[in-house]
Design a protein around this ligand. Structure first.
Ligand code: NAD
Length: 458
């Protein structure tokens, strides 16, 4: 579709102003249409994800398709309750009165998405925008072109196109969109581009949600069920899009004494999951493109980590595959410890005492997620209290984002604002404060002529 941002804004603004998107019925019809897309087009979605990321069918289905249909179903169940004004207490100053918080839609909003879960991460914010009664433009990532084009086709076929539109394109198209005045921008991607989004939004005083990334640590204590811990680490790292996941463990911290046991356990379980040659496994996604392949191999070829690879390291540029790879004790000044990895490489850092891991994590920017594997309740408490991260899972990885009663979002360099479930509804709503009074209880003391004696009656 040719980009005519002006015409689109005009149409969406006029639909929004008509009040159509505010009705409960419209919101429900659009959420049901999204569910229909996931059921009628499961094969097309799996195929697009295979074409963009060589994503295994199982991961495509569980992580992306079910992720969207279950979020829609959850919202459909709760929406009427969320839309109701919330009664709140008043004070003596306003007696007699009542007060409520009314959730109103923001208007016409823009969702800019990324490529690693190109179906799920594009539509999940759109669910929130629709649930809250907004008109919405989705700009999927051009880096996952098959999914972007499928989203454009399916949304124009199933959704109300006077209020929900897809704009495909890369930087020039996004720049044109960013020039307009939106009522909210919801951005998922890198912090570098996040800054571009914020600068553009500032011109129009547009509020922004930034869903960014970072280096998410996983701390592994020695008093654990090693087999279960390792399976969950593998699932969150290599079993989640080959580590191209914003909440994948970026690096591990364990004790010097435990590290070889951990490395051996990782090797054993990896072999059970992906066979002797993981490069041949169909259950392992490729790297998205040659740019990211080169970026990742550069991290591996850094002379500061040479000789430190404890397993993996194989690569195949033709098929854009890099084997599950671990690097023991990469120095702090190595490339791999200074940027988000976003791929199948896993540094394992060692400390003398597991408690030292907290200081190590806090010496870096606040991550999007932090994980701890332990049976020590005191360490767990210390970790929750002292590590700042967007979210956490204790004795697991990634799964906290499957709980739709938990907010999902970053802190510091990993972003701000949150979504999922009710938090998505709130992210796309304005919370309007409404005070109700009658004409009773009109106290003289508040009006001129001011007189200290009047204060005595308040
Ligand atoms: P990116 O920032 O390069 O691209 C994301 C979107 O921004 C795309 O739609 C792209 O077209 C647009 N874009 C790119 N450059 C632009 C520019 N100069 N001006 C305007 N728009 C521009 O990010 P990416 O490489 O797609 O994503 C990787 C990052 O995203 C990682 O840091 C990862 O952790 C993070 N991420 C976060 C989440 C989350 O939910 N918090 C989810 C997935 C990925």
């Amino acid at each position: 579709m040719a980009l005519d941002a002006e015409a689109v804004m005009k149409e969406l603004r006029s639909t929004y102003t008509s009040g159509k998107t505010r009705t409960f019925e419209w919101r429900v019809s659009q959420l049901k249409a999204l569910i229909k897309i996931t059921t009628h087009h499961e094969k097309d979605i799996v195929e697009a994800l295979r074409s963009d990321l060589n994503k295994p069918e199982y991961e495509a289905f569980v992580h992306e398709i079910v992720g969207i249909s279950s979020e829609c179903k959850f919202v459909l169940k709760e929406l009427r309750k969320w839309m109701k004004p919330e009664k709140v207490k008043t004070t003596m100053t306003t007696f007699p009165s009542s007060a409520e918080i009314v959730s109103e839609p923001l208007g016409v909003v823009l969702v800019i998405s990324t490529w690693n879960y190109p179906f799920y991460l594009s539509l999940n914010p759109v669910i929130g925008a629709i649930a809250a009664g907004n008109a919405v433009v989705l700009k999927p990532s051009e880096v996952a072109p098959a999914t972007s084009s499928l989203l454009s086709k399916l949304l124009s076929q199933y959704m109300d196109t006077s209020a929900v539109k897809v704009f495909e394109g890369g930087v020039p198209e996004t720049t044109i969109l960013l020039d307009r005045k939106w009522d909210k921008i919801f951005y998922t991607g890198s912090g570098k581009v996040g800054r571009v989004i914020l600068a553009a939004a500032a011109k129009h005083l547009t509020p922004v949600v930034l869903e960014l990334g970072g280096k998410s640590p996983a701390v592994v204590d020695s008093n654990i069920n090693l087999k279960v811990a390792v399976r969950r680490i593998i699932s969150g790292k290599w079993g989640s899009n080959s580590g191209q996941t914003c909440v994948s463990p970026d690096y591990i911290i364990t004790t010097k004494a435990f590290s070889s046991q951990l490395v051996d356990a990782l090797k054993d379980e990896l072999e059970k999951f992906y066979g002797k040659d993981p490069m041949q496994s169909n259950d392992f996604s490729s790297i998205i493109n040659s740019h990211h392949f080169d970026r990742l191999t550069k991290l591996l070829d850094d002379e500061k980590v040479s000789g430190k690879v404890v397993f993996g390291g194989q690569r195949d540029k033709t098929n854009l595959k890099i084997a599950p790879t671990a690097i023991l004790d990469a120095p702090d000044d190595s490339l791999i410890m200074n940027e988000e990895i976003f791929g199948p490489l896993l540094p394992i850092l060692t400390v003398d005492k597991i408690e030292d891991s907290i200081g190590r994590i806090n010496s870096k920017e606040k991550p999007l997620a932090a994980y701890l594997f332990t049976n020590d309740k005191k360490l767990e408490e210390e970790f929750i209290k002292n590590v700042s991260a967007g979210g956490m899972a204790i004795n697991d990885t990634v799964l906290h984002l499957a709980v739709n009663s938990l907010p999902f979002g970053g802190v510091g360099e990993s972003g701000y604002g949150a979504y999922h479930g009710k938090f998505s509804f709130d992210a796309f709503s304005h919370k309007k404060a409404v005070l109700h009074r009658t004409f009773a209880g009109d106290i003289d003391a508040r009006y001129p002529p001011y007189n200290p004696r009047k204060l005595q009656v308040i």
